[in-house]
Design a protein around this ligand. Sequence first.
Ligand code: SF4
Ligand code: F3S
Ligand code: ZN
Length: 103
Amino acid sequence: AIDPNFEANRDVAEQHEGHRVWGPVDEPEQLGIHGTHVAVDFDICIADGACLEDCPVDVFEWTDTPGHPESDIKADPINETQCIDCMLCVDVCPVDAIDVDPG
Ligand code: SF4
Ligand code: F3S
Ligand code: ZN
């Protein structure tokens, strides 16, 4: 599961589509955590898609990650600033790849 303390335990490696990427990043096998308020651990995501389907405000979009061992697309929190903290995505992800930090 995603580390809920990732902000303390990781460093920002880069920016992607306006959000932070928390490292380590070593493409294509190791991609880190995308987003901060809505954070998706790309190294855990298996592209289940429930988060994209269920988010009421369309925070997520698919992004291509060819060569990653778990899946070649990931749910990217492109619109994390739109999040209304409903926690649906956290509840539905089968591999606990998402952390949302209300407040
Ligand atoms: Fe979308 Fe709710 Fe998840 Fe925020 S907590 S990203 S609004 S599903
Ligand atoms: Fe990935 Fe979990 Fe969404 S596996 S696509 S973050 S439901
Ligand atoms: Zn991203």
